[in-house]
Design a protein around this ligand. Structure first.
Ligand code: NAD
Length: 293
């Protein structure tokens, strides 16, 4: 099986490397980033998204948001112009569920199966090949590509029909954003009360408040390290998709809306490219304090 890989950014690049390491023959392309390192590892370079599709049985995309996925797959020079009937497209980007459904319908008309399969875990887990992968689509397609997905993730789950993977991802992103905000609020309070934040972390991480988010983000906050990771601008994108999807279903999401405004304030303050752990800086600015070692 020849695997095409489109989108070689923070996440896509290490994911593609893991597929090469697992012995898959890869054809790679990115519209803006260079990918000589992947070619040096044995991948073939393509000249466009269409070219990737012409040369692949399975095309994986890992792009920023819905418009990029629509352009790369359905646009001029896109995957849909080159893809063979019977091939499979798996979009691993985090995008709006309704766009996954739109792409699936367009590809189906060409005899091509589609899965949405966004991921959670960030760059470290992309490098380790231990991402959580949440897929939407039909079971036959899922079973065909599962061995490939298992080279990039340690948990690979079929959630439901097309779009369900991205619904699960929106739920994931709401929980992550609110968790970072809760941690930030609580640790700023502790520092203002004159308590050592390192000791607070040690005291509570094993209790009910402990979380994967806390374990990943508090050490970054304590070091004042806001290098992404997961950029604030990408989390704004995910929460916008969550707000749009929730409102179209008549679901109020008041806490998501509040954290969205914190992220917007950070973006206005020039921090869009910081890691989302920089949510703490919003609280630090309000209270003129810093949560550091
Ligand atoms: P990124 O911006 O680093 O990489 C995206 C890549 O897509 C870039 O290299 C860009 O040049 C390329 N690209 C854009 N438009 C293109 C097009 N039309 N054709 C071909 N290439 C194109 O983003 P990332 O951090 O790798 O994130 C990718 C996706 O994964 C996003 O949806 C993000 O929300 C999701 N995600 C990211 C993380 C993380 O921690 N970074 C974690 C989980 C999920």
């Amino acid at each position: 099986m020849i695997v095409g890989f489109i989108g070689l950014g923070i996440m896509g690049r290490p994911m593609a490397k893991n597929l090469i390491g697992a012995g898959y023959k890869l054809v790679v392309y990115d519209k803006f980033a260079k990918f000589d390192d992947l070619v040096a590892l044995g991948a073939e370079d393509a000249s466009s998204n269409r070219d990737v599709a012409l040369r692949s049985d399975l095309v994986i995309t890992m792009l920023p948001n819905s418009p990029h996925v629509k352009e790369a797959i359905l646009g001029t020079g896109g995957v849909i112009e080159g893809i063979k009937s019977g091939a499979i497209v798996v979009d691993m980007s985090s995008i709006a569920p309704e766009v996954s459904q739109e792409v699936a319908i367009a590809l189906k008309a060409k005899g091509v199966s589609f899965l949405d399969a966004p991921v959670s875990g960030g760059e470290p887990k992309a490098i380790d090949g231990t991402l959580a992968i949440m897929a939407g689509g039909d079971k036959k397609t899922f079973d065909t590509v599962k061995p490939v997905l298992e080279k990039m993730g340690s948990s690979v789950t079929l959630v439901g029909d097309t779009g369900s993977g991205n619904v699960a991802k929106l739920a994931n992103q709401i929980i992550v954003a609110l968790n970072i905000a809760a941690v930030s609020e609580a640790f700023v309070l502790a520092v203002k009360a004159g308590v050592d934040p390192v000791k607070v972390f040690d005291a509570i991480k094993g209790g009910l408040a402990g979380s994967t988010v806390m374990n990943a983000k508090v050490p970054m906050i304590l070091d004042g390290n806001f290098k992404p990771g997961f950029r604030i601008e990408l989390h704004i994108k995910d929460l916008q998709n969550a707000l749009d999807t929730a409102h179209s279903l008549g679901v109020p999401v008041p806490l998501t809306a509040s954290v969205m405004e914190i992220l917007q304030a950070l973006k206005s303050g020039g921090m869009a490219a910081n890691d989302h752990s920089a949510i703490v800086r919003y609280y630090e600015k309000l209270t003129k304090t810093e949560v550091r070692k």
